[in-house]
Design a protein around this ligand. Structure first.
Ligand code: SF4
Length: 373
């Protein structure tokens, strides 16, 4: 199966144990009865599948549901997304995090409009060339929206694969991904399986997604009693009660800690906000003015004066923390009442609460300070 040292199964073991013939029938049958009802499945147009798959990356289904409905309500098709101003689509994305996904969606929508006449290309090999679409998303869209026989292998499918085949190597390796992809590819239904499903390949992938989301759960004990594949699962047969010890993952990477001082600068009803730079973390979103490091009271006053803010009262307020994938922000907060006669000198946008909440996309990293508005 692989030349990697940590891959300790062979094709013959997998194929002898985990059936090939009938594998997809079992899954499709289970999917018909147990599929999750999700808004994007009501009308699986290429745009709907694409948008939902991008939103679902690193985000729970419950968090995506309302955002998805709001997004398609305001931007119902690829053309309207392509024409939307940045502030509009970023505002619709607010709360989902990882804003580069929204930017890539917009860039891809423009390309589809300009180069494909507004019609999404229908193969994974064309989809993967669009911004923000990797191999998993390309296979998911191509199978669900266009019926292509491509397994969409993400963390859920890797986990199911590791348990079904008792794969005890590191799951986060290219070898493991290759092994899982070929395992599923060999088990995808033929188009002729159409009598059990109108879109057997799309349903095959969605059945596995649902199995990973509600049965073969990541950390909690998987519900093997309710699993349609239990009879064919090596982890269940050979390590009963210990199935969740698979897949094997290396320990998490250390996150770097950065310290910030965040200022809520008030002038009457208005509070200062500022746009972040166009590149880098949280690019182009809005934030409360902030300084690197944890400033004490004296340094905070100096920083404010250096930025043309004349404080008449300054209070230490809550400290907050936000965990990103690769770093942690530890934030010290100051609430500053600025001299109203100097408001015109303040080099930030001054906006009232309503305006900040409705017009400016402030990332959840600043959620503790947003709550104080
Ligand atoms: S039997 Fe259990 S471990 Fe195996 S695939 Fe099903 S839920 Fe996962």
């Amino acid at each position: 199966m692989s030349g990697g040292n940590d891959v300790i199964i062979s094709d013959s073991i997998v194929n002898d144990f985990v059936i090939k013939e009938g594998f997809s029938d079992i899954l499709l049958e289970w999917y018909k009865k147990s599929r999750r009802i999700l808004p994007w499945r009501e009308d699986p147009s290429p745009y709907h599948v694409w948008l939902s798959e991008i939103m679902l990356q690193q985000t729970r289904v419950e968090a995506v549901r309302d955002h998805y409905l709001r997004f398609v309500g305001r931007l119902p098709d690829i053309r309207s997304l392509a024409e939307a101003p940045e502030d509009v689509y970023l505002k619709l994305w607010e709360g989902l995090g990882y804003y580069s996904r929204a930017r890539n969606l917009h860039r891809a929508a423009r390309i589809i409009t300009e180069e494909y006449g507004g019609e999404m290309p229908g193969t994974s090999s064309a989809l993967i060339k669009l911004p923000g679409i990797g191999p998993y998303t390309a296979a998911a869209i191509a199978s669900i929206a266009f019926g292509e026989a491509s397994p969409a292998v993400d963390g859920n499918l890797l986990r199911i694969f590791a348990r079904l085949t008792r794969f005890e190597g590191n799951i986060r390796t290219p070898d493991a991904l290759r092994a899982a992809t070929s395992f599923y590819r060999e088990r995808m239904p033929e188009a002729a399986a159409a009598e059990s499903s109108e879109n057997p390949c799309g349903d095959f992938n969605q059945a596995l997604m649902d199995l990973g989301a509600v049965v073969c759960l990541p950390n909690a004990k998987p519900d093997c009693e309710g699993c349609p594949l239990a009879k064919h699962c090596r982890a269940h047969r050979e390590m009963s009660g210990m199935e969740s010890s698979l897949p094997v993952r290396p320990g998490p990477k250390e996150r770097k800690t950065e310290y910030l001082t965040v200022f809520l600068i008030r002038c009457g009803e208005r509070t200062a906000v500022v746009k972040r730079p166009a590149g880098g973390l949280l690019a182009g979103l809005y934030e409360f003015p902030n300084a690197k490091g944890e400033l004490d009271d004296e340094s905070a006053v100096k920083w404010l004066r250096d930025h043309f803010v004349e404080p008449i009262r300054i209070l230490r307020t809550i400290d907050a923390e936000h965990v990103f994938t690769h770093k942690i922000w530890k934030m010290r907060g100051y609430e500053v009442i600025a001299d109203p006669f100097t408001e015109k000198d303040i080099p930030y946008l001054m906006a009232d609460r309503e305006e900040i909440l409705t017009r400016y996309s402030i990332p959840s990293a600043f959620g503790a300070y947003l709550d104080m508005l």
